[in-house]
Design a protein around this ligand. Structure first.
Ligand code: ADP
Ligand code: MG
Length: 501
């Protein structure tokens, strides 16, 4: 049952009102409260600020108090004055609308909504992605509707150690456990969600522990390389791919490549050797041939292009639900080239309905799709931009994470319908998050307790602070948030000390 927290005082407005509360109550900034308007409509509001008020300690009484020896009789006269912003109004027949009348002075304030009402207000669903409970309202479970989260892209943002990867793992556990479905725009039916996970730090093998617990190990495949692209399966063909990943290639070299490729291609699979021979036999200038052969040779040497791919991407995605590409042991050059291929391949196959709806998780997106400020953009940026704009129509969702939101390409970040933001302290990053997440309070974000996330955007009707739940399998260093670096310094007096940086 809802607990009484205070009483509406003053002259409430439609968009804001004050209520008085006892100092020893449970009210907190960011918390959700419920009260009534005109005696029947219920109003759900969020606490924006809390002040402590004591009429015996006004500014005019300072001198008098400074001289007083015992103040105990006045101290317990303090009360709290909270300011709250009405979010939603629920009328007699359960309809939810933006509030258009003020709350009633003197009406009581309750802290806990029942879960059913909250579900309606926030747009939560029964079988949804359960990320945890609403902060300070433990009774309300944050159950996001998969159709409102994945297809329109989600960005998980926070400083290092803020809990981004953990939150994504929780999301994955939900899909794994509940086999959640999403609407497939291409095939016009509900389909199970599949995931391609781009993992630059080798952290996502942790999801296998959860899968083990659920006896669903077969749902996950993990691949660590070599990342070889199959020569004959490159969307748009090898020549145009080589052109895009080799900015230094000249027009004559490219023409020679196209001619040689077309000659051997003739509707049959080509081998690297056939292509090389075709280049050697061509009538182009010797130097052009030699350089082109060297370019090709480089990709073959890095095992980046081969007659056969090292993995059948589409089969792995469709067959296992979760495909993790662990990029932790390859250079960023190889990461980018393979990622570009994988994204193009997945996107193309999806538009043709060859693979099920998919969510592509890209950790550290600022490395693959940085803002224009960086001089040489990586070759992945265009493809990621394209998916961020077009993916929605074809059931390709993006879930991106970054500890530097201000360094993400603006097209990509602005296409993210939902923002999940955990603690962030960098001013530039806070500014970028404020620019995209409506109703975000930079001050709140700076001070968020560990593991608490602001969820704002399409997945929720109103921004909500959620306490991300624990994973179903405990992690080794669980709760080790924003680990400060311990540095050993010697100060002027010659004494050594630990400093936290
Ligand atoms: N909701 C949570 N509950 C408990 N521990 C958490 C939670 N979120 C993160 N952690 C722990 O905090 C640490 C940092 O989290 P992580 O997700 O790796 O941060 P990030 O990806 O933002 O750098 C990890 O040790 C993780 O286990
Ligand atoms: Mg991380």
């Amino acid at each position: 049952m809802a607990k009484k927290q205070g009483v509406v005082v003053g002259t409430p407005k439609v968009d804001e009102f004050n209520f008085g509360a006892k100092v020893n109550g449970d009210i907190r900034k960011g918390q959700l409260v419920e009260t009534t308007a005109n005696g029947k409509s219920r109003i759900i509001s969020q606490i924006k600020e809390i002040m402590a008020v004591n009429e015996y300690f006004g500014d005019g009484t300072i001198r008098q108090h400074l001289n007083r020896k015992d103040m105990s009789t006045f101290l317990d006269k303090t009360v709290l004055l909270a300011t709250a912003t009405p979010l939603a109004m629920i009328n007699d027949n359960g309809d939810i609308n933006p509030p258009d009348i003020p709350v009633t002075p003197g009406s009581e304030i309750f802290s806990v909504l029942d879960d059913r009402t909250a579900k309606k207000v926030f747009g939560f669903v029964d079988r949804g992605i359960n990320l945890g409970a609403v902060m300070y309202n433990d009774a309300i479970q944050v159950n996001l509707n998969p159709n409102r989260l994945i297809p329109t892209h989600v960005a998980v943002l926070a400083q290092t150690g803020g809990g981004k990867t953990y939150a994504v793992l929780v999301m994955l556990e939900e899909f794994l456990e509940k086999s959640l479905v999403v609407w497939d725009e291409v095939l016009k039916r509900n389909s199970q969600m599949h995931f391609l996970i781009i993992d630059p730090h080798g952290e996502y093998d942790k999801i296998r522990d959860s899968a083990k617990k659920l006896h669903k190990e077969d749902k996950i495949s993990l691949f660590r390389g070599p990342f070889t692209i199959p020569l004959n399966e490159i969307p748009a063909g090898l020549p145009s791919f080589i052109k895009e990943i080799t900015p230094e290639i000249t027009d004559p070299q490219l023409r020679l490549l196209e001619d040689s490729w077309n000659k051997v291609r003739e509707n049959k699979p080509v081998t690297i050797n056939e292509l090389k021979n075709s280049i050697r036999r061509s009538s182009g200038a010797k130097q052009t041939r030699d350089i082109l052969l060297q370019i090709l040779e480089k990709f073959v040497r890095y095992k980046l292009i081969g007659d056969m791919g090292s993995i059948d991407l589409l089969k792995n995605i469709a067959g296992n639900n979760f495909l993790i590409l662990d990029f932790s042991s390859v250079t960023s050059y190889i990461q980018q080239i393979y990622l570009r291929y994988a994204l193009m391949k997945v996107f193309d196959s999806r538009t043709e309905g060859k693979i099920p709806p998919i969510c592509i998780i890209i950790e550290e997106i600022h490395n693959f799709a940085p803002s224009t400020k960086s001089s040489e953009p990586p070759i992945t940026r265009g493809t990621i931009r394209n998916i961020s704009r077009e993916g929605r129509k074809f059931g390709v969702g993006l879930c991106i994470t970054s500890q530097r939101p201000s360094m993400i390409d603006t097209t990509v970040i602005s296409q993210c319908g939902t923002i999940i933001a955990l603690r962030t302290t960098n001013e530039n990053d806070l500014k970028s998050i404020s620019a995209i997440a409506e109703g975000m309070d930079a001050d709140m974000l700076r001070k968020l307790p560990p593991g608490v996330a602001l969820i704002a955007g399409r997945a929720v009707n109103y921004p909500v602070y959620a306490k991300i739940r624990h994973r179903m399998v405990k992690e080794e260093k669980e709760g080790a948030f924003f680990e400060e670096k311990k540095v050993f310094h010697i100060d002027k007096s010659g004494q050594s000390r630990f400093f936290l940086e």
